[in-house]
Design a protein. Structure first.
Length: 227
């Protein structure tokens, strides 16, 4: 088992036992080890589900002010959890979708920069791939209209991922998870589902794939630069 997977499994075990103090300590170690190891280690991760879940927990729970640090954690979480969603069925797919939803629900700003890249490349008249703002150019990452247009896709993505872990007909979750109060989660999900534009789900499907592609592209570029 690779080192990153081992650390993630330990962090998740503490979380499931509701030992958040030790969980956060191990999650900090997970981030540091991953940062030192680089993209090569990310590509070689064996337990994608546990690593994705651990990075999602870090994104939601870490009490840090470093926006870039949280963004890297969120992107790692999305990268692994989305792959797990696409490669599996049943409860593991539902749990993976749930943790992506938690990031979109509670810390959507952590994915904002990557989402803006997706928006500019696929939906904006700006249309410049790999755009890097320089002298004489507007920085789209600070442009309010671009940010506002991008943020609307968060709701569409939530509509999509919620359908993977929640049955609106029976009003039941499609998974059970240690470490959280399931009744409280269900209550929140039921109320949230009523507000979501489920008819926009197909947009969420497309944008989620584009976001994954953007994150994967970054990982592979970093990997190539290490060789």
């Amino acid at each position: 088992m690779d080192k990153i997977s081992e650390i993630a499994i330990e962090a998740v075990r503490y979380y499931e036992n509701r030992d958040l103090y030790h969980c956060m300590g191990v999650l900090g170690n997970l981030y540091n080890v991953t940062a030192r190891a680089g993209s090569m280690a990310l590509i070689q991760v064996e337990d994608k589900f546990k690593v994705g879940k651990a990075f999602a927990l870090f994104t939601i729970m870490a009490n840090v002010q470093d926006k870039d640090l949280l963004s890297v954690a969120a992107e790692n979480a999305f990268f692994f959890l989305y792959k797990t969603c696409k490669e599996n069925e049943g409860e593991i797919k539902a749990v993976s979708a749930y943790y992506i939803w938690t990031i979109l629900q509670y810390s959507p700003e952590t994915l904002q920069d990557k989402m803006i890249e997706v928006y500019i490349e696929n939906y904006s008249s700006h249309g410049v791939r790999n755009f890097k703002p320089g002298f004489g150019f507007m920085n789209p990452y600070n442009d309010k209209s671009i940010i506002d247009n991008t943020i609307q896709f968060i709701v569409f993505m939530k509509s999509y991922f919620m359908t993977l872990f929640y049955n609106p007909n029976s009003q039941q979750l499609l998974f059970k998870e240690k470490g959280i109060v399931m009744d409280e989660v269900l209550e929140k999900v039921i109320s949230e589902y009523k507000m979501l534009p489920i008819e926009k789900q197909s947009i969420g499907v497309t944008f989620s794939q584009q976001l994954f592609d953007e994150i994967e592209d970054t990982v592979l570029k970093d990997y190539s630069s290490q060789h």
